[in-house]
Design a protein around this ligand. Structure first.
Ligand code: GLC
Length: 391
Protein backbone atom coordinates (compact mmCIF):
# COMPACT_ATOMS: atom_id res chain seq x y z
CA UNK A 1 0.00 0.00 0.00
CA UNK A 2 1.38 3.33 -1.01
CA UNK A 3 2.12 6.00 1.54
CA UNK A 4 -0.37 8.81 1.24
CA UNK A 5 0.88 12.23 0.40
CA UNK A 6 1.01 14.11 3.66
CA UNK A 7 -1.24 16.91 2.45
CA UNK A 8 -4.86 15.98 2.96
CA UNK A 9 -6.05 19.58 3.07
CA UNK A 10 -8.35 19.31 0.06
CA UNK A 11 -9.69 15.93 1.18
CA UNK A 12 -10.28 17.25 4.69
CA UNK A 13 -12.38 20.15 3.51
CA UNK A 14 -14.36 18.04 1.03
CA UNK A 15 -15.04 15.25 3.52
CA UNK A 16 -15.92 17.39 6.52
CA UNK A 17 -19.60 18.20 6.87
CA UNK A 18 -20.69 21.57 8.12
CA UNK A 19 -23.53 21.77 10.67
CA UNK A 20 -25.63 23.35 7.89
CA UNK A 21 -25.00 20.38 5.60
CA UNK A 22 -25.96 17.96 8.37
CA UNK A 23 -29.15 19.90 9.10
CA UNK A 24 -29.98 19.88 5.38
CA UNK A 25 -29.50 16.10 5.20
CA UNK A 26 -31.85 15.64 8.18
CA UNK A 27 -34.50 17.92 6.66
CA UNK A 28 -34.28 16.36 3.20
CA UNK A 29 -34.39 12.89 4.65
CA UNK A 30 -37.57 13.71 6.52
CA UNK A 31 -39.09 15.18 3.34
CA UNK A 32 -38.12 12.02 1.42
CA UNK A 33 -39.87 9.88 4.06
CA UNK A 34 -43.05 11.92 3.68
CA UNK A 35 -42.89 11.71 -0.13
CA UNK A 36 -42.19 7.97 -0.11
CA UNK A 37 -45.06 7.26 2.29
CA UNK A 38 -47.41 9.28 0.09
CA UNK A 39 -46.34 7.28 -2.98
CA UNK A 40 -44.63 10.26 -4.56
CA UNK A 41 -41.19 9.91 -6.20
CA UNK A 42 -38.61 9.50 -3.44
CA UNK A 43 -35.20 7.91 -2.98
CA UNK A 44 -36.71 6.14 0.05
CA UNK A 45 -38.70 3.03 -0.85
CA UNK A 46 -40.57 2.96 2.51
CA UNK A 47 -41.35 -0.76 2.31
CA UNK A 48 -43.92 -2.11 4.73
CA UNK A 49 -42.83 -5.22 6.62
CA UNK A 50 -46.43 -6.10 7.53
CA UNK A 51 -45.17 -6.63 11.07
CA UNK A 52 -45.80 -4.63 14.22
CA UNK A 53 -43.51 -4.61 17.25
CA UNK A 54 -43.42 -7.72 19.44
CA UNK A 55 -44.74 -7.70 22.99
CA UNK A 56 -41.78 -9.61 24.42
CA UNK A 57 -43.73 -12.73 25.33
CA UNK A 58 -43.57 -14.52 22.00
CA UNK A 59 -42.32 -18.09 22.61
CA UNK A 60 -41.26 -21.23 20.79
CA UNK A 61 -38.50 -22.88 18.80
CA UNK A 62 -37.79 -21.44 15.34
CA UNK A 63 -35.24 -21.74 12.59
CA UNK A 64 -33.67 -18.51 11.44
CA UNK A 65 -31.63 -17.66 8.38
CA UNK A 66 -29.62 -14.49 8.27
CA UNK A 67 -28.66 -13.80 4.68
CA UNK A 68 -26.79 -10.53 4.57
CA UNK A 69 -24.61 -10.58 1.51
CA UNK A 70 -21.19 -11.63 2.76
CA UNK A 71 -22.14 -14.54 5.00
CA UNK A 72 -25.11 -16.72 5.69
CA UNK A 73 -25.84 -17.65 9.27
CA UNK A 74 -28.38 -20.27 10.27
CA UNK A 75 -29.71 -20.63 13.79
CA UNK A 76 -32.12 -22.64 15.87
CA UNK A 77 -33.55 -20.06 18.26
CA UNK A 78 -35.73 -20.62 21.28
CA UNK A 79 -37.81 -17.62 22.30
CA UNK A 80 -38.38 -17.86 26.02
CA UNK A 81 -40.66 -14.89 26.60
CA UNK A 82 -39.89 -12.08 29.03
CA UNK A 83 -37.58 -10.60 26.40
CA UNK A 84 -35.23 -13.60 26.60
CA UNK A 85 -34.02 -16.12 24.04
CA UNK A 86 -31.46 -18.84 23.57
CA UNK A 87 -29.60 -19.71 20.40
CA UNK A 88 -29.59 -23.53 20.59
CA UNK A 89 -27.59 -24.29 17.46
CA UNK A 90 -25.94 -22.19 14.80
CA UNK A 91 -23.42 -22.11 12.01
CA UNK A 92 -22.18 -19.57 9.51
CA UNK A 93 -20.49 -19.71 6.14
CA UNK A 94 -19.23 -17.18 3.59
CA UNK A 95 -21.17 -16.85 0.33
CA UNK A 96 -17.85 -16.51 -1.41
CA UNK A 97 -15.29 -19.13 -0.49
CA UNK A 98 -12.03 -17.39 0.52
CA UNK A 99 -10.13 -20.26 -1.12
CA UNK A 100 -12.03 -19.69 -4.37
CA UNK A 101 -14.02 -22.96 -4.44
CA UNK A 102 -17.36 -21.18 -4.93
CA UNK A 103 -18.92 -17.74 -5.15
CA UNK A 104 -22.71 -17.45 -4.96
CA UNK A 105 -22.69 -13.63 -5.16
CA UNK A 106 -21.77 -13.21 -8.84
CA UNK A 107 -23.90 -13.29 -12.00
CA UNK A 108 -22.35 -16.63 -12.97
CA UNK A 109 -24.13 -18.21 -9.99
CA UNK A 110 -27.87 -18.93 -10.07
CA UNK A 111 -30.56 -18.41 -7.45
CA UNK A 112 -31.08 -22.19 -7.34
CA UNK A 113 -27.41 -22.73 -6.45
CA UNK A 114 -27.54 -19.99 -3.86
CA UNK A 115 -30.66 -21.31 -2.13
CA UNK A 116 -29.43 -24.92 -2.35
CA UNK A 117 -26.38 -23.71 -0.46
CA UNK A 118 -28.64 -22.16 2.19
CA UNK A 119 -30.74 -25.33 2.48
CA UNK A 120 -27.56 -27.37 2.93
CA UNK A 121 -26.54 -25.14 5.83
CA UNK A 122 -29.88 -25.65 7.55
CA UNK A 123 -29.96 -29.44 7.26
CA UNK A 124 -27.57 -30.12 10.20
CA UNK A 125 -29.65 -27.93 12.54
CA UNK A 126 -32.86 -29.92 12.43
CA UNK A 127 -34.01 -33.15 14.05
CA UNK A 128 -35.69 -35.77 11.89
CA UNK A 129 -39.45 -36.04 12.01
CA UNK A 130 -40.06 -32.59 13.45
CA UNK A 131 -41.83 -29.66 11.85
CA UNK A 132 -40.21 -26.25 11.97
CA UNK A 133 -41.28 -22.72 11.21
CA UNK A 134 -38.55 -20.59 9.72
CA UNK A 135 -37.93 -16.85 9.69
CA UNK A 136 -35.72 -15.53 6.92
CA UNK A 137 -33.73 -12.36 7.22
CA UNK A 138 -33.01 -11.38 3.65
CA UNK A 139 -31.20 -8.06 3.67
CA UNK A 140 -32.08 -6.50 0.33
CA UNK A 141 -34.87 -4.26 -0.93
CA UNK A 142 -38.03 -6.32 -1.29
CA UNK A 143 -41.65 -5.62 -2.05
CA UNK A 144 -43.37 -7.31 0.81
CA UNK A 145 -46.67 -8.94 -0.19
CA UNK A 146 -47.26 -10.05 3.38
CA UNK A 147 -45.04 -10.98 6.33
CA UNK A 148 -44.05 -14.25 4.65
CA UNK A 149 -43.78 -13.24 1.01
CA UNK A 150 -41.25 -10.81 -0.39
CA UNK A 151 -40.10 -10.15 -3.94
CA UNK A 152 -36.51 -8.96 -4.45
CA UNK A 153 -36.63 -5.57 -6.19
CA UNK A 154 -32.91 -5.39 -6.99
CA UNK A 155 -29.68 -6.61 -5.50
CA UNK A 156 -27.51 -4.15 -3.58
CA UNK A 157 -24.04 -4.40 -1.98
CA UNK A 158 -22.50 -5.41 -5.33
CA UNK A 159 -24.28 -8.79 -5.46
CA UNK A 160 -25.50 -10.01 -8.84
CA UNK A 161 -26.59 -13.67 -8.52
CA UNK A 162 -28.76 -14.55 -11.53
CA UNK A 163 -32.46 -15.33 -11.37
CA UNK A 164 -33.37 -13.84 -8.00
CA UNK A 165 -34.44 -10.27 -8.83
CA UNK A 166 -38.19 -10.15 -9.35
CA UNK A 167 -38.66 -13.51 -7.61
CA UNK A 168 -40.29 -14.39 -4.31
CA UNK A 169 -37.37 -15.26 -2.09
CA UNK A 170 -39.17 -17.56 0.34
CA UNK A 171 -40.56 -19.52 -2.62
CA UNK A 172 -36.99 -20.02 -3.87
CA UNK A 173 -36.00 -21.08 -0.36
CA UNK A 174 -38.96 -23.46 0.04
CA UNK A 175 -38.13 -25.07 -3.31
CA UNK A 176 -34.52 -25.58 -2.24
CA UNK A 177 -35.62 -27.06 1.10
CA UNK A 178 -37.94 -29.45 -0.77
CA UNK A 179 -35.10 -30.50 -3.11
CA UNK A 180 -33.12 -31.42 -0.01
CA UNK A 181 -35.95 -33.39 1.58
CA UNK A 182 -36.58 -30.67 4.16
CA UNK A 183 -40.19 -29.85 3.24
CA UNK A 184 -41.13 -30.04 6.95
CA UNK A 185 -39.45 -26.69 7.32
CA UNK A 186 -41.89 -23.92 6.44
CA UNK A 187 -40.57 -20.42 5.78
CA UNK A 188 -43.33 -18.25 7.27
CA UNK A 189 -41.61 -14.89 7.58
CA UNK A 190 -39.15 -12.86 5.53
CA UNK A 191 -37.73 -9.63 6.84
CA UNK A 192 -35.02 -7.10 6.24
CA UNK A 193 -32.05 -7.16 8.65
CA UNK A 194 -32.97 -3.70 9.96
CA UNK A 195 -36.42 -5.07 10.79
CA UNK A 196 -34.84 -8.08 12.51
CA UNK A 197 -32.65 -5.79 14.55
CA UNK A 198 -35.67 -3.72 15.57
CA UNK A 199 -37.75 -6.79 16.45
CA UNK A 200 -34.93 -8.19 18.62
CA UNK A 201 -34.38 -4.84 20.34
CA UNK A 202 -38.11 -4.23 20.91
CA UNK A 203 -38.51 -7.76 22.33
CA UNK A 204 -36.55 -6.51 25.35
CA UNK A 205 -37.05 -2.76 25.24
CA UNK A 206 -40.47 -1.22 24.53
CA UNK A 207 -38.92 2.13 23.65
CA UNK A 208 -36.99 0.69 20.69
CA UNK A 209 -38.59 2.06 17.53
CA UNK A 210 -35.70 2.73 15.13
CA UNK A 211 -33.05 0.27 13.99
CA UNK A 212 -30.18 0.47 11.56
CA UNK A 213 -27.43 -1.63 10.11
CA UNK A 214 -24.01 -0.01 9.85
CA UNK A 215 -22.04 -2.89 8.42
CA UNK A 216 -21.25 -4.05 4.90
CA UNK A 217 -24.39 -2.16 3.87
CA UNK A 218 -26.36 0.60 5.49
CA UNK A 219 -30.08 0.92 6.03
CA UNK A 220 -32.63 2.03 8.63
CA UNK A 221 -36.17 1.02 9.56
CA UNK A 222 -38.61 2.47 12.07
CA UNK A 223 -41.92 1.60 13.61
CA UNK A 224 -44.66 3.68 12.05
CA UNK A 225 -47.24 3.92 14.83
CA UNK A 226 -49.82 5.57 12.57
CA UNK A 227 -49.66 2.64 10.14
CA UNK A 228 -49.07 -0.06 12.77
CA UNK A 229 -46.13 -1.53 10.88
CA UNK A 230 -42.36 -1.45 10.75
CA UNK A 231 -41.15 0.29 7.61
CA UNK A 232 -37.90 -0.62 5.87
CA UNK A 233 -36.82 2.65 4.32
CA UNK A 234 -33.90 1.29 2.25
CA UNK A 235 -32.21 4.47 3.36
CA UNK A 236 -28.94 3.41 1.72
CA UNK A 237 -30.57 4.71 -1.44
CA UNK A 238 -31.02 8.23 -0.04
CA UNK A 239 -29.30 10.64 -2.39
CA UNK A 240 -29.82 14.29 -1.39
CA UNK A 241 -26.26 14.41 -0.13
CA UNK A 242 -23.14 16.58 -0.30
CA UNK A 243 -21.03 14.35 -2.56
CA UNK A 244 -17.35 14.65 -3.49
CA UNK A 245 -15.66 13.73 -6.79
CA UNK A 246 -14.44 10.50 -5.13
CA UNK A 247 -18.02 9.55 -4.31
CA UNK A 248 -19.00 10.16 -7.93
CA UNK A 249 -16.06 8.09 -9.21
CA UNK A 250 -16.91 5.21 -6.87
CA UNK A 251 -20.55 5.34 -7.93
CA UNK A 252 -19.74 5.44 -11.64
CA UNK A 253 -17.61 2.28 -11.36
CA UNK A 254 -20.12 0.36 -9.21
CA UNK A 255 -22.63 -2.38 -10.17
CA UNK A 256 -25.56 0.07 -10.06
CA UNK A 257 -24.48 3.65 -10.78
CA UNK A 258 -26.84 6.20 -9.30
CA UNK A 259 -28.29 3.81 -6.75
CA UNK A 260 -27.47 3.51 -3.04
CA UNK A 261 -25.63 6.83 -2.84
CA UNK A 262 -25.81 7.11 0.95
CA UNK A 263 -24.71 3.50 1.29
CA UNK A 264 -21.74 4.21 -0.98
CA UNK A 265 -20.69 7.06 1.36
CA UNK A 266 -21.47 5.39 4.66
CA UNK A 267 -21.21 1.60 4.53
CA UNK A 268 -18.34 -0.76 5.17
CA UNK A 269 -18.44 -2.20 1.68
CA UNK A 270 -17.24 1.15 0.35
CA UNK A 271 -15.26 3.16 2.91
CA UNK A 272 -11.92 1.56 2.01
CA UNK A 273 -12.54 2.26 -1.64
CA UNK A 274 -13.24 5.94 -0.92
CA UNK A 275 -9.87 6.09 0.86
CA UNK A 276 -8.17 4.46 -2.11
CA UNK A 277 -9.70 6.99 -4.50
CA UNK A 278 -8.63 9.92 -2.30
CA UNK A 279 -5.09 8.56 -2.12
CA UNK A 280 -4.97 8.03 -5.88
CA UNK A 281 -6.06 11.64 -6.39
CA UNK A 282 -3.33 12.73 -3.99
CA UNK A 283 -0.83 11.10 -6.32
CA UNK A 284 -0.26 7.80 -4.50
CA UNK A 285 0.58 4.94 -6.89
CA UNK A 286 -2.71 3.36 -7.89
CA UNK A 287 -3.73 0.12 -6.25
CA UNK A 288 -6.52 -2.01 -7.75
CA UNK A 289 -10.15 -1.05 -6.95
CA UNK A 290 -11.38 -2.33 -3.59
CA UNK A 291 -7.83 -3.33 -2.55
CA UNK A 292 -8.31 -1.28 0.60
CA UNK A 293 -10.89 -2.63 3.02
CA UNK A 294 -12.78 -0.82 5.75
CA UNK A 295 -10.89 -3.05 8.19
CA UNK A 296 -7.68 -1.36 6.94
CA UNK A 297 -9.16 2.01 7.85
CA UNK A 298 -10.03 0.66 11.31
CA UNK A 299 -6.42 -0.50 11.69
CA UNK A 300 -5.09 2.90 10.58
CA UNK A 301 -7.36 4.58 13.09
CA UNK A 302 -6.14 2.30 15.84
CA UNK A 303 -2.43 2.76 15.16
CA UNK A 304 -1.65 4.13 11.72
CA UNK A 305 0.78 6.89 10.85
CA UNK A 306 -0.44 10.50 10.83
CA UNK A 307 -1.87 11.00 7.31
CA UNK A 308 -3.42 7.56 7.12
CA UNK A 309 -5.06 7.89 10.48
CA UNK A 310 -6.31 11.33 9.49
CA UNK A 311 -7.82 10.06 6.25
CA UNK A 312 -9.49 7.11 7.97
CA UNK A 313 -10.90 9.47 10.61
CA UNK A 314 -12.31 11.82 7.96
CA UNK A 315 -14.06 9.03 6.08
CA UNK A 316 -15.39 7.25 9.17
CA UNK A 317 -16.57 10.47 10.78
CA UNK A 318 -18.40 11.56 7.65
CA UNK A 319 -20.19 8.21 7.57
CA UNK A 320 -21.25 8.41 11.22
CA UNK A 321 -22.42 12.01 10.86
CA UNK A 322 -24.44 11.35 7.70
CA UNK A 323 -26.19 8.41 9.33
CA UNK A 324 -26.85 10.42 12.51
CA UNK A 325 -28.38 13.18 10.38
CA UNK A 326 -30.79 10.69 8.82
CA UNK A 327 -31.76 9.50 12.31
CA UNK A 328 -32.54 13.09 13.20
CA UNK A 329 -34.79 13.19 10.14
CA UNK A 330 -36.62 10.05 11.30
CA UNK A 331 -37.04 11.37 14.83
CA UNK A 332 -38.38 14.66 13.53
CA UNK A 333 -40.92 12.74 11.48
CA UNK A 334 -42.17 10.27 14.09
CA UNK A 335 -42.01 12.57 17.10
CA UNK A 336 -41.91 16.22 15.98
CA UNK A 337 -42.31 17.52 19.52
CA UNK A 338 -39.52 15.29 20.86
CA UNK A 339 -41.88 14.05 23.55
CA UNK A 340 -41.09 10.34 23.72
CA UNK A 341 -38.13 8.14 24.59
CA UNK A 342 -36.66 6.43 21.53
CA UNK A 343 -34.11 3.66 21.55
CA UNK A 344 -32.17 3.42 18.29
CA UNK A 345 -30.74 -0.09 17.90
CA UNK A 346 -27.74 -0.52 15.61
CA UNK A 347 -25.99 -3.66 14.44
CA UNK A 348 -23.05 -4.08 12.10
CA UNK A 349 -19.29 -4.36 12.19
CA UNK A 350 -18.71 -0.74 11.18
CA UNK A 351 -20.66 0.53 14.20
CA UNK A 352 -19.18 -2.09 16.47
CA UNK A 353 -15.55 -2.10 15.39
CA UNK A 354 -14.56 1.18 13.76
CA UNK A 355 -12.68 3.16 16.43
CA UNK A 356 -14.59 6.34 17.34
CA UNK A 357 -17.60 5.56 15.14
CA UNK A 358 -20.18 4.98 17.86
CA UNK A 359 -18.86 7.95 19.82
CA UNK A 360 -19.12 10.29 16.83
CA UNK A 361 -22.66 9.18 16.22
CA UNK A 362 -23.66 9.62 19.85
CA UNK A 363 -22.14 13.11 19.87
CA UNK A 364 -23.92 14.05 16.63
CA UNK A 365 -27.24 12.77 17.96
CA UNK A 366 -26.95 14.00 21.51
CA UNK A 367 -27.71 10.49 22.80
CA UNK A 368 -26.16 7.09 22.29
CA UNK A 369 -27.77 4.40 20.13
CA UNK A 370 -27.54 0.90 21.58
CA UNK A 371 -25.45 -1.79 19.97
CA UNK A 372 -27.83 -4.66 19.19
CA UNK A 373 -25.58 -7.47 18.11
CA UNK A 374 -26.83 -10.36 16.00
CA UNK A 375 -30.39 -9.08 16.12
CA UNK A 376 -31.27 -10.25 12.66
CA UNK A 377 -31.10 -13.95 13.55
CA UNK A 378 -33.27 -13.60 16.62
CA UNK A 379 -35.41 -11.06 14.82
CA UNK A 380 -36.18 -13.68 12.17
CA UNK A 381 -37.37 -16.05 14.90
CA UNK A 382 -39.57 -13.32 16.38
CA UNK A 383 -40.96 -12.55 12.92
CA UNK A 384 -41.78 -16.25 12.45
CA UNK A 385 -43.57 -16.25 15.83
CA UNK A 386 -45.54 -13.12 14.92
CA UNK A 387 -46.44 -14.44 11.46
CA UNK A 388 -47.42 -17.86 12.82
CA UNK A 389 -49.66 -16.36 15.49
CA UNK A 390 -51.74 -14.73 12.77
CA UNK A 391 -52.45 -17.89 10.84
C1 GLC B 1 -28.37 -2.83 1.79
C2 GLC B 1 -29.71 -3.50 1.51
C3 GLC B 1 -30.63 -3.36 2.71
C4 GLC B 1 -29.94 -3.84 3.96
C5 GLC B 1 -28.60 -3.14 4.15
C6 GLC B 1 -27.83 -3.66 5.36
O1 GLC B 1 -28.59 -1.47 1.92
O2 GLC B 1 -30.29 -2.94 0.36
O3 GLC B 1 -31.82 -4.08 2.50
O4 GLC B 1 -30.75 -3.61 5.07
O5 GLC B 1 -27.80 -3.35 3.00
O6 GLC B 1 -27.53 -5.02 5.25
Amino acid sequence: MATPAADLTAAASALTLTPEQEAAVAARFRAAMVAGLAGRPSPLKMLSSHLALPGGDERGLYLAIDFGGSNVRVQLVELLGGGKWLVRRQSAAPLKDPAGAYDYTVAAATGEQLFDFLAARIAPLVDDGRDYLLGHTFSFPCTQLDAGRAVLISWTKEISTAGVEGREVNALLAAALARRGLARIRPVAVINDTVGTLLAAAYRDPSADIAAICGTGHNTCYYDAARGTIINMESGNFDALPVTPWDDALDAASEHPGAQRLEKMAAGRYLGEIARLVLAAEGAPTDPPYSLATADLAAWLADGDGPRRRLAALIAERSARLVAATFRGVLAHIDPGGKKKHTIAIDGTLYEKMPGYAGTMAAALGSAPVLAKDGSGVGAAIAAALAASRR
